[in-house]
Design a protein around this ligand. Structure first.
Ligand SMILES: [Zn+2]
Length: 216
C-alpha cells in the first residue's frame, strides 16, 4: 500500500504516520528524516541542504524529488510506504506520479488529517522537540517520560521559536494555499480521504484504519 499523509503542521500527523506504518508494516518516509540523514554524509549536497534548512528556507524541489526517488528504490519500499511531508506542492505531486509511473505503480490512498486552526494553535504552543533526533512531544497530550528530556536520546527538549502564534498563523495560511492544488490533484483521482482530526489519537486512527481495512 502506497500512502501519502497530508495534514496541517502541528495537527498530529506524525503520530498517525507511526500508527499507520506499524499497522501496515511499511516504512515511514519523511522529508525531514531524509534531509537529516543526508546532512550526515557531509558532501556538497549535504552542505547545500544544511544551508537551506538552517536558514529556515525550503529545500528546492529538484533536490527533494531526487532524494525521494532514491529512497523509494530501497528494498524496504517493496510492499509500500507512507510519505509524510512530501509532496508539498503540485510540482512535487506531478514528479512523484512520474517516478511511480516508470515502475507501473501509483499512490493508493491520500489521507488529509483535517484539524481546525484553534486546535492546532493549542497543540503547537505545547509542542517540544528534540533537537538531536527530531522526536516531538506535547506537554499535555504526549509528554516525555522525564520532563524536558527526550525519551529516545535524553537530549534537552526545545520549544521551537517558529511554534509561536503569529508565525503559526502565517505558516497555516501558506500551507493552505500550497496544499489546495495537491488536494485537487488527488481528489480528481478519487483517492483523497479527509479525516476529521480534532479529537483523540485513537479515534483518528480508527477512521483511517476503516478505510485501509476496506482495501483488504
Ligand atoms: Zn532525542
Amino acid at each position: 500500500m502506497k500512502i501519502i499523509l497530508l495534514g496541517t503542521p502541528g495537527g498530529g500527523k506524525g503520530t498517525q504516520a507511526k500508527l499507520i506504518c506499524d499497522y501496515l508494516k511499511i516504512p515511514h518516509i519523511s522529508t525531514g528524516d531524509i534531509f537529516r540523514s543526508k546532512v550526515k554524509d557531509g558532501d556538497a549536497l549535504a552542505l547545500e541542504i544544511e544551508d537551506y534548512t538552517q536558514k529556515g528556507k525550503l529545500v528546492p524541489d529538484y533536490i527533494t524529488i531526487s532524494l525521494i526517488e532514491d529512497r523509494l528504490k530501497k528494498e524496504d519500499c517493496a510492499n509500500g510506504f507512507l510519505l509524510d511531508g512530501f509532496p508539498r506542492n503540485e510540482n512535487q505531486a506531478e514528479a512523484l506520479d512520474l517516478i511511480l509511473n516508470k515502475q507501473n505503480e501509483h499512490i493508493d490512498r491520500v489521507f488529509l488529517i483535517d484539524v481546525p486552526e484553534a486546535a492546532i494553535l493549542d497543540r503547537l504552543a505545547g509542542r517540544r522537540v528534540c533537537p538531536k533526533c527530531g522526536e516531538s512531544y506535547h506537554i499535555k497530550y504526549n509528554p516525555p517520560k522525564i520532563e524536558g528530556k527526550c525519551d529516545i536520546c535524553g537530549t534537552d527538549l526545545v520549544h521551537r521559536s517558529d511554534d509561536q502564534e503569529e508565525i503559526i498563523l502565517d505558516r497555516l495560511a501558506i500551507y493552505k494555499e500550497t496544499t489546495k492544488p495537491i488536494l485537487d490533484f488527488y481528489n480528481e483521482k478519487g483517492i483523497l480521504h479527509k479525516i476529521k482530526g480534532d479529537d483523540g489519537i485513537n479515534d483518528i486512527f480508527n477512521r483511517i484504519r476503516k478505510i485501509l481495512d476496506a482495501d483488504g
